[in-house]
Design a protein around this ligand. Structure first.
Ligand code: FO1
Length: 311
């Protein structure tokens, strides 16, 4: 029997609107959505194991996400940060709200008791009564490091502490070549996969480069990606800077090239130029023009309907 699963490969803030739209409007009779979380921006900080993209995904599905910031829990307080900063000469650069802190602390306790990240994530998913599975891409240690003229730094240090300002000389997904993809991830994407708008270099590559993922995607019946670019501008984050550092065109065409091993259909914005569409099609990838700047309920329902028709 063939599966009716749809493996949805997610990043962080840029993916969150699509996550809530898919969870609300994808008819369960057509496919079963399974959300795959990037783990390469996880890091240890304040003595805690923090998983930003796993949590953004979980808070979006649980209806708790601070939509304005695109991360963290809405209406969260910041007492911990205020006091920590007093005790540490003002250095509390990663804005972990109090509720977010409590979750990270509990996760760290469970890790110290020997629980794996997938089990911990399932535990929180049940707590927040989220019906869709959230699958951390791997249990192995994969971390994105940014090479700058001042040395190598973790993605969070580059993006949050240094505000994405340093020049980028290269990007390394430490541990990625040896890491094994989660079996649940491979099963989720085996027939149908959807790659949400996210930083292609720091949020999607660490998942699709895991052992077995590329090959599974190539064999899948359909692999759709929604471009994270509208014209020459990414939805959010340092996507353009990272692509430039890798020598990849900073556009929807660059994204198509990066995913060209396995991508069958790319959804690009309606303002995208004809030359971009032609270049994508010349790669053998179908290119569908639509409005990917979803903000209203109507936009969200429409994009989910369009995706469903392509599956
Ligand atoms: N992003 C920021 O730009 N500044 C922050 O202080 C920050 C805190 C934060 C706390 C919890 C969390 O789950 C995410 C948080 N993010 C913050 C987002 C995160 O750093 C990145 O946007 C993602 O890792 C990129 O995918």
């Amino acid at each position: 029997m063939t599966s009716r699963n749809l493996g949805i490969i997610c990043g962080g803030s840029g993916s969150s609107k699509f996550v809530t739209a898919l969870s609300s409007y994808l008819s369960s009779s057509s496919v079963t959505p399974m959300f795959v979380a990037n783990v390469a921006d996880n890091f240890w900080h304040y003595g805690l194991y923090i998983c930003p993209d796993v949590d953004i995904l979980m808070y979006a599905l649980g209806g708790l996400l601070d939509q304005e910031k695109g991360w963290g829990i809405k209406n969260d307080t910041s007492n911990f940060l205020r006091y920590y900063s007093l005790f540490n000469q003002g250095d509390a650069w990663f804005n972990l709200g109090d509720a977010d802190l409590a979750l990270s602390l509990r996760r760290t306790e469970l890790i110290n008791q020997g629980w794996k990240l997938a089990r911990i994530t399932e535990h929180f998913q049940q707590f927040f009564q989220i019906k869709e599975p959230i699958i951390p891409a791997t249990e192995d240690d994969v971390q994105t490091y940014i090479k700058t003229p001042n040395g190598k730094m973790h993605l969070q240090e580059f993006w949050v502490k240094n505000k994405g300002i340093p020049d980028v000389l290269g990007i390394e997904h430490k541990g990625c070549s040896r890491a094994r993809a989660s079996e649940k991830l491979l099963s989720a994407i085996s027939e149908r996969a959807l790659i949400l708008p996210a930083n292609p270099v720091s949020s999607i590559l660490p998942t699709v480069r895991l052992k077995g993922v590329n090959e599974t995607l190539r064999k899948a019946r359909v692999v759709i990606a929604i471009s994270p670019f509208v014209g020459g501008k990414p939805f959010s984050g340092p996507a353009a800077k990272f692509m430039r550092a890798l020598g990849i065109e900073q556009s929807s065409f660059g994204v198509a090239k990066l995913y060209s091993d396995f991508l069958k259909i790319l959804l690009v914005d309606s303002i995208e130029e004809e030359e971009i569409i032609k270049n994508v099609r010349d790669l053998g990838i179908e290119c569908v023009k639509t409005n990917i700047r979803i903000s209203t309920l109507k936009d969200k329902k429409r994009i989910v309907r369009e995706i469903s028709q392509l599956l």
